[in-house]
Every structure is written in C-alpha cells, then in structure tokens.
Ligand binder design. Structure first.
Ligand SMILES: [Zn+2]
Length: 552
C-alpha cells in the first residue's frame, strides 16, 4: 500500500516534470508595429541621425529582411495591414482596397464600416466599424484558437482600419481615435463599454495637449540635409494660401480639423505609443501564462507623407521623432515584459513615391494620372460607341468598374466593350499597360507582374480592368494632390517595405533574399508553433528563427 502510494506519487511527480519539460516555448508577448507609408530606405536615409535605442537597436539586436515586398496592389493601407496579419492576398482575404466596389451592385463601401454596430466611447459615428468584411483569420485569431482563447489580442491605431484589420475577427479589442473628442474608442463588435483603464487614459486629454503648441523641428532646421529646403513647391501647405513651412500652428490645425489634426503630425505617433503602454498596463498583456498579442499601427507617418512627400524636412523630422518614440517604447517593454520575453516586429503597410514634380525637376520621368479627366474621357468614348452613358461606373483603385446591369440591358457585348475601353486607356498619359483581370494568364506581361495581379484580383470587390501606370506616375484627383505624394501602384518604391524582427526566438543579422509581406504571418506562426492563418499563402522565413524554441 505504502509502496504503491510512493509509486503513484513518483509517477505524478515525474509526470509534472515531464509536462514542464515538454511545454511549448513561447514569448510572453508579441508586438507588431506597422509604420504607415514607411519606405524601406528610410532606415538608411536617416540612419546617421537616429539614436541608439530605436531603429538602430532593431538592426543591431534583431534581424532585418532587407528585400521585403508587398505581394499585391493597390498598395493601400487596409490591404497592407490585412496582408501582414493574415499572410493573405486580396484575392483570398476579401480586402482589395480601403474603399471597395461591390461588383454586383456597384456600391462603394469602406473596408471596416459596419452599420450593424455602434460607437462605444463617443457620440460620434466614428465607432461604426468592425472587421466584418475580412474573410479570413489573422495570426492573432490563430493564437486565440491555439490557446483556447486564453491569449489576449488587441489592436490599436489612430486609424480605424489599421487597428481593426490587424487584430482580426476574434480579437479581445481594437481601439482607434475619435475625431470629435480625441479619445480612443471602439465599437459594440468588441464590447458595450470602454474598460475603466481606457476611460482613465482618455481623461488625460493627451491629444489636446500635443496640439496645444506649434510643431517645430527637433533639431536646428539647417541640419536637415536629407530634405529639400523648407519652402518649396513640392509640399502641400496645411492651411490654404499658406506656406508649407515651420513652425506649424497646431492649435489652428485642431480648430480647422478637429482631432483629425493629431493624425497628421508626428505627435500622433507619440500618442499611439502612449496608448500602447496604457493598453499593456490596462489589459495586463504579457503577464499571464499565455502569449498575448498587441498590434500597433503608427498612422501619422502616412498623413505627413501625403502632405509633404518623401523629400521634406517635415517627413525627416517625423521619422527622427518616431525613432525616439520607438526607443522609449522598447525600453518600456524591457521594463514591463522583460528583455528576451517578447518578440517584436516592425514593418509597413506600403511605401511611397517621390513627388512627381520633384522628380521632373531632376529630369526623372514622372507625372500625374489625372483620374477625373481620364474617367470623363473613357466614358465619352464608350457613350459615343454604344449610345449609353455610364457603362463604366467609375475609376477607383486604378481599376475600371463596369456597370453590368447597363451593359446587359443594352445587349452590349461585354468582351468587345472591355477591349474598346482598354484600347483607349492605353493612349492616356502615364499609362503603361491595361489588363483584363479575368485574362491575366494570357496577357503579355512580366511573370512577376502576373503573380502580383492574380494575387490582387478579387472578382466580388475589384474592378475587372486594371490600369498599370508608368513608373513615377500616380493618380491625382485634385490640383492640391500635385503637392506631397501618394502610393498605390505596382512599382518597387510603393512595394518595398522595412521588415525587422527582434527578441524572443529571433536571430541577429540580415537577410538579403527577397521575401514578401505575406511571409510575416507564417513566420510568426512558426515561431509560436501555431497554425498559420486560414487564408495564408506566404512562407515562413526560417533563416531568422532560432533553432529550438521547444522544451524551454
Ligand atoms: Zn496613404
């Protein structure tokens, strides 16, 4: 009896040791940081002026995948954020643009707008958002599934879509900024009221504080050698009739734009990291038995980029400030979660072009693809031929959206109409090629471009005819858009993004072979020993992962 009790005890004891030894090693927390519109070359363009604790620390202690490309077009925010966290592509994940066109009804809809949910934390309609248009799981969803929902997953950003889509379908929360109050809010998709810690955080009115004084450069303005002089014709001024120069009157910007103002200046990134720290503290992320996941997106970089372009002091200053914010945040992670206990990755949803007038001034081919004017021309060509107006509903996302109801009602041969439209579009300024997306395989195109186009075409939500502009060109809707810059096309300056990993399970060094945005999620899946997201088409990047993460 005694012997068998001892034996039983030994068995239980050794069993518990075995369970411990056999546990799956995982970091306490995974943090994703997506810098909206960050070009890969910004790592090196401003390298000499970065401090030791931000980008330089990621390069020094982590690994940089130097040639990381988007696997889709249009190179827009919602599409990129979805692809990073799902490892998927518009053809599969359903997010084919920020504003998509339902090909059956012709209705345009915003990627995360959801009239079935209500705002939480504000009386404005800014909270009527959810991930209902996303068709697949994110890496956060897979982490939740793999741990029987013990892991917490939260997304935060100033932009709704940049918070909601990364977090995924089963996320505990996604928080974004309310333009009316400057507070972080959410929707009833996630919860019915804000948590106490967030109510407390919002009461600090940080957005208001950051907008209470002018934006001046961090350093002597003459030291910004990577940028054009402050006053130049390639940048879009904040105030009509004004100059695009420092100091920038932020109290006036707040008056004119409400709290959307904070999204457009680098202090918006500081606020995002303030919120990230409050979230880690409030949700107790990285302190439990299960790995948690925080998806952060810094959106201010995108607005600054659009406003001022690549070669602007405003952009340079924004990245120097971001580097400081990043350094502070990594220090916070070291303190709260512990060095080596978390895995961090940093990437971008897309990159950006140079301003085309700036390129022209330096004799480089570039120009505007004048959307409004070109749409009117295409419509008149088709109206003249078929006697029906509006056979093409619109020109969105560099795609022609056909009105199938009108085409059918007028008994028009759709194939012929497409050819007529395409032949005409080919003659327009800045057009490189036009592709019938249902016939990519039989079109004469470089092989890489065929893959890119096939990845990008979602027959329910994308226009059937894709316009490929010449390098250096981007679409322009209004004269103001000839200043500053944009993104969205197939060319490498829009597709080449930074990808840095650091921390638990990550080697140190540099990887030069080409990898894709779609490889990020399966790499994280591999690191965490969980299933890759259910629409994933990417491949894990084995070179950057430490050999053994089991049995820790
Ligand atoms: Zn943008």
């Amino acid at each position: 009896m005694k012997k068998s009790l001892i034996l039983l005890f030994l068995l239980l004891f050794s069993g518990s040791i075995m369970a411990q030894q056999g546990s799956v090693g995982r970091p306490k927390l995974v943090v994703g940081i997506v810098i909206d519109q960050m070009r890969w070359d910004y790592i090196y363009r401003y390298y000499n002026r970065y401090g030791d604790g931000g980008f330089k620390r990621l390069l020094r202690e982590g690994v940089s995948c130097e040639n990381t490309m988007l696997a889709h077009i249009p190179s827009y925010t919602a599409v990129g954020h979805s692809s990073i966290y799902t490892g998927s592509i518009p053809a599969i994940d359903g997010i084919s643009s920020n504003d998509m066109v339902d090909q059956k009804t012709g209705k345009t809809f915003y990627c995360t707008f959801d009239d079935k949910v209500k705002s939480v934390g504000t009386t404005s309609e800014d909270g009527m958002e959810s991930p209902h248009n996303l068709w697949v799981t994110t890496i956060g969803d897979e982490l939740r599934l793999a741990t029987n929902f013990h892991s917490k997953v939260v997304g935060i950003s100033l932009k709704d879509r940049a918070s909601i889509l990364p977090a995924g379908k089963s996320a505990n929360a996604a928080y974004w900024l309310d333009s009316k109050t400057g507070h972080f809010i959410t929707s009833t998709y996630y919860m019915d009221k804000l948590p106490e810690w967030l109510i407390h955080f919002n009461k600090k009115e940080l957005a208001k504080e950051y907008l209470s004084k002018p934006w001046v450069t961090l350093y002597d303005i003459n030291s910004y050698e990577q940028s054009c002089k402050d006053d130049n014709p390639f940048e879009r001024p904040f105030f009509s009739g004004g100059k695009p120069t420092f100091p920038i009157d932020l109290p006036r910007l707040l008056k004119e734009r409400q709290f959307n103002a904070i999204k457009t200046v680098p202090m918006g990134n500081t606020l995002t990291f303030d919120m990230a720290e409050a979230t880690i503290q409030g949700e107790k992320l990285g302190t439990g038995d299960y790995t948690d996941f925080l998806a952060i997106s810094c959106s201010a970089t995108d607005y600054v980029g659009h406003q001022f372009g690549v070669n602007a002091i405003e952009t340079e200053d924004t990245y120097l400030r971001l580097d400081k914010d990043l350094s502070n945040f990594i220090n916070y992670l070291d303190e709260k979660i512990g060095k080596g206990n978390y895995t961090l990755f940093l990437s971008a949803d897309h990159a950006a072009a140079h301003n085309y007038n700036f390129l022209k001034a330096h004799k480089i081919n570039a120009g505007a693809f004048d959307i409004k004017q070109d749409y009117a021309k295409i419509d008149s060509v088709l109206t003249n031929k078929y006697g029906v107006k509006g056979l093409v509903r619109g020109l969105d996302n560099y795609q022609l959206n056909l009105d199938y109801d009108k085409i059918n009602a007028a008994h028009i041969d759709k194939e012929e109409l497409k050819q007529v439209a395409m032949d005409y579009v080919k003659t327009l300024e800045g057009v490189l090629n036009v592709v019938d997306m249902t016939k990519v395989s039989s079109t004469t195109l470089p092989a890489e471009m065929k893959v890119l186009l096939n990845n990008s075409y979602n027959s329910a939500r994308s226009g059937e005819i894709q316009i490929l502009v010449k390098p250096g060109y981007f679409e322009v809707w209004s004269p103001e858009e000839s200043m500053g810059t944009s993104h969205g096309v197939w060319a490498p300056y829009d597709l080449h993004i930074p990808l840095l990993f650091m921390g638990w399970g990550i080697k140190q060094g540099q990887l030069n072979r080409m990898v894709y945005m779609t490889d990020i999620a399966p790499t994280l899946a591999s690191l965490l020993h969980i299933q890759m997201p259910n629409g994933c088409v990417g491949h894990a990047i084995p070179e950057i992962l430490s050999a053994a993460t089991l049995d820790k």
